[in-house]
Write a protein that binds this ligand. Structure first.
Ligand code: NAP
Length: 445
C-alpha cells in the first residue's frame, strides 16, 4: 500500500482472530498501517489464554508466537477498554479508517431442556473459564460431585472431561491458578459420563484429542462395543473412521480397576435434568445413529451436569447481528449494513463464521479479511485527508484505565513471581483488579 499517511485500523478483540488480523495488517512493517487492538478484558490473547486447556502446552506455545505481533511498532494494545461502554462503535468509526470486529464467542449455547438452570448444571464455558483463571469466572458448583455427566462430544467436552479426570499433580507445571489446582486436588470425582446424542460416527471431537483420554494415568475408559457400528457405515469421514478405530480398541480392552472412570455413551439425547434443588440425574432418550428419538428413556444418576454443546457469540451495539446464526453478516469479510457490504468495517473469527475450527483456522480467516481491507485501503484513505487520530486521547479524556503492551508484559512477569512460593512456573492471576495492579501504569510504546 503506498500512501501519504498510514491507514488507521481498530481491531476490536485481542484474541487469536484479532491478533492474526493485526499480524497480516502490519506484516510489512513499513508503517503504512497502524493497528490499535482494543480488548474488553484487562489482558489480551482471548481463548488462547482462557479457552485452550492448560495441559495443551503445544497449542499455547504455538499461539504465543503472536506475542511478537503486539511488540511491533505499528501495533498498540488498549486492553480493559469495553467497546459499547468506554467508547462506542460510532466513535471508533469516526476515529479509524477501518474497524475489524474480532469479538469471538464467549457465551454458551443452551441444550434447551427442563432443569438446565438447576444448581449443579454448569456450562462448559464457565468451567473452562474457571480452570483457566478468567477474571469473570465463578467457582463451579462441582465441589462435592463424584459422578459428572458431560453433554456433547466435541473437543471442549473432551477438554473438560480430561481436566476432571487427570491427576491434579500433572497440572502443577501448567499456569492454572493456585486455587484451581487446590480445588482439583481435593476433587471427589470418580466417574465422568460423556454423552453424544447421535452415533459415534457423528462425534465432533478429533482423534488426537480422543486418544489422549485413553492415556490418562489411573483412568479406565469404559465403552460398550454394542454402541459401535459392527461395520464402518457408508460415507464415513476419515476422522470419524479414525475415531471409531480408537473406540473399538477401547471397547476390546479387558475391564481394569482404576481410581477414575470415563464412560462413553452414544445415541443418548438429554431430555431433562432432574432434581429438586440440585441436579441429581440426567434423563436420556435412546436415539438412532442419526439422532432420531426412539421414545425409550432412562435416568443416569449424577451429581453434576456439564453442558458442552458449543459456544455462542453476542452482538455489539451499533453493529448488525444475525440472531439465528449468532454472527455479524458479511460479504468477503465486509460487514453488511442494510443489505450493502460497505468498505470500512470487517469481521474475523468466530463472530464471522461461527464457533468452529482450531487456532490455525483463524490465520486463513484473518488473511481473507485483511485482503478485503487492503483492497479498500486506497478508497478509505482518499475519503479523508486528515489522520482520524485513534482513541488514545478520548480514553485519556474519559479517564479510562487501559493496559498497553508493557502493562501486559508486566502481568506476565508478575505471574512468574506468583509461581515461586509454590515451586511452580508462571501462575495466572485471576482477579480483575489484581491484573490491573500487575499491569502497573498504562503505557504507549
Ligand atoms: P462442537 O465441536 O460444535 O461440539 C458440540 C457438541 O455438542 C456436538 O457433539 C453436538 O452434537 C453437541 N450438541 C449440540 N447441541 C446439543 C444438544 N441440544 N444436546 C446434546 N448435544 C448437543 O463445539 P465445541 O466442543 O464447543 O468446540 C468448538 C470448536 O473449538 C470446535 O471446532 C473444536 O474442534 C474447537 N476446539 C478445539 C480444541 C483442540 O484442538 N484441542 C479444543 C477445544 C475446542 P451434534 O453434532 O449432534 O450437534
Amino acid at each position: 500500500m503506498s500512501t501519504t499517511r498510514p491507514l488507521r485500523v481498530a481491531v476490536v478483540g485481542a484474541g487469536p482472530a484479532g491478533l492474526y488480523a493485526a499480524d497480516y495488517l502490519t506484516f510489512d512493517g513499513d508503517g503504512s498501517v497502524r493497528v490499535d487492538l482494543i480488548e474488553r478484558l484487562p489482558v489480551p490473547f482471548g481463548l488462547l489464554r482462557y479457552g485452550v486447556a492448560p495441559d495443551h502446552l503445544n497449542i499455547k506455545a504455538a499461539g504465543l508466537t503472536l506475542m511478537e505481533v503486539l511488540e511491533r511498532a505499528d501495533v498498540e494494545l488498549y486492553a480493559n477498554v469495553a467497546v459499547g461502554t468506554d467508547v462506542t462503535v460510532e466513535e471508533l468509526r469516526a476515529r479509524y479508517d477501518a474497524v475489524v470486529y474480532a469479538l469471538g464467542a464467549s457465551g454458551d449455547r443452551r441444550i434447551g431442556i427442563p432443569g438446565e438452570d438447576l444448581p449443579g448444571s454448569v456450562s462448559a464455558t464457565s468451567f473452562v473459564n474457571w480452570y483457566n483463571g478468567h477474571p469473570e469466572a465463578a467457582r463451579p458448583d462441582l465441589a462435592t460431585a463424584r459422578s459428572v455427566a458431560v453433554v456433547g462430544v466435541g473437543n471442549v467436552a473432551l477438554d473438560v472431561a480430561r481436566i476432571l479426570l487427570r491427576d491434579a499433580e500433572e497440572l502443577s507445571p501448567t499456569d492454572v491458578p493456585q486455587g484451581v489446582l487446590t480445588t482439583l486436588r481435593d476433587s471427589f470425582v470418580t466417574d465422568v459420563h460423556l454423552l453424544g446424542r447421535r452415533g459415534p460416527q457423528h462425534a465432533k471431537f478429533t482423534t488426537k484429542e480422543l486418544r489422549e483420554l485413553g492415556e490418562l494415568a489411573g483412568v479406565a475408559v469404559v465403552v460398550d462395543d454394542g454402541q459401535l457400528p459392527a461395520e464402518p457405515p457408508e460415507g464415513l469421514t476419515p476422522q470419524a473412521g479414525r475415531n471409531l478405530k480408537v473406540l473399538k480398541e477401547w471397547a476390546a480392552r479387558p475391564p481394569a480397576a482404576a481410581r477414575r472412570r470415563l464412560h462413553l455413551h452414544f445415541g443418548a439425547r438429554p431430555v431433562e435434568i432432574l432434581g429438586e434443588d440440585h441436579a441429581t440425574a440426567l434423563r436420556l432418550e435412546a436415539t438412532s445413529p442419526a439422532g432420531e428419538g426412539t421414545g425409550r428413556t432412562w435416568d443416569l444418576p449424577v451429581d453434576a451436569v456439564l453442558r458442552s454443546v458449543g459456544y455462542r457469540s453476542s452482538g455489539l451495539a451499533g453493529v448488525p447481528f444475525d440472531d439465528s446464526s449468532c454472527t455479524i453478516p458479511t460479504e468477503e469479510s465486509r460487514v453488511v449494513r442494510d443489505g450493502v457490504a460497505a468498505p470500512g468495517e470487517y469481521v474475523v473469527g468466530w463472530i464471522k463464521r461461527g464457533p468452529t475450527g482450531i487456532l490455525g483456522t483463524n490465520r486463513s480467516d484473518a488473511r481473507d479479511a485483511v485482503e478485503s481491507v487492503q483492497a479498500d485501503a486506497p478508497g478509505l484513505l482518499a475519503a479523508r485527508t486528515d489522520d482520524p487520530g485513534g482513541i488514545a486521547e478520548l480514553l485519556d479524556e474519559r479517564k479510562v484505565r487501559y493496559v498497553g503492551v508493557r502493562g501486559w508484559q508486566s502481568v506476565l512477569a508478575t505471574e512468574e513471581e506468583y509461581g515461586v512460593p509454590h515451586g511452580r512456573g508462571r501462575v495466572k492471576i485471576r482477579d480483575w483488579d489484581d491484573l490491573l495492579s500487575a499491569a502497573d501504569e498504562p503505557d504507549r510504546k
